[in-house]
Design a protein around this ligand. Sequence first.
Ligand SMILES: [Zn+2]
Length: 138
Amino acid sequence: MTSEKDYLSTLKRARENLPAHVFEKSRFQIPNADVFKEGNKTWITDWNRILKIINREEHGDHLAKHLAGEFATSATEERGRLCFQGKFSRVMVNRELTSYVKDFVLCEECSKPDTKLVREGRILIKVCEACGARVAVK
Ligand SMILES: [Zn+2]
């Protein structure tokens, strides 16, 4: 017969044996982009880093188009940076980035960022690889 204390110490051992990345994922934080203004252009200088953190290295164009749409401008990717036509503040850029991550990256069911976007006909579906949830997004 196992006492509750034994049970808890077994749990504790199990936790200690889990690889560190399990906890890193559960501590996911929406990244803050580095924004740099030059003339009439605004750059996200750590674009590749942002895409990597939010697990969108394959679908960076979707985020770029979304941000450009919110700012009513155009965006082009150049050498790992994203360039907007026009001047936008760091606060504006990060506000839109945060709202994108909430809508298109984080799972509605389990809140994890382990999702991918899958196009089915005209519908874009956010599929969670952690819990299997599927949610249609705009
Ligand atoms: Zn999920």
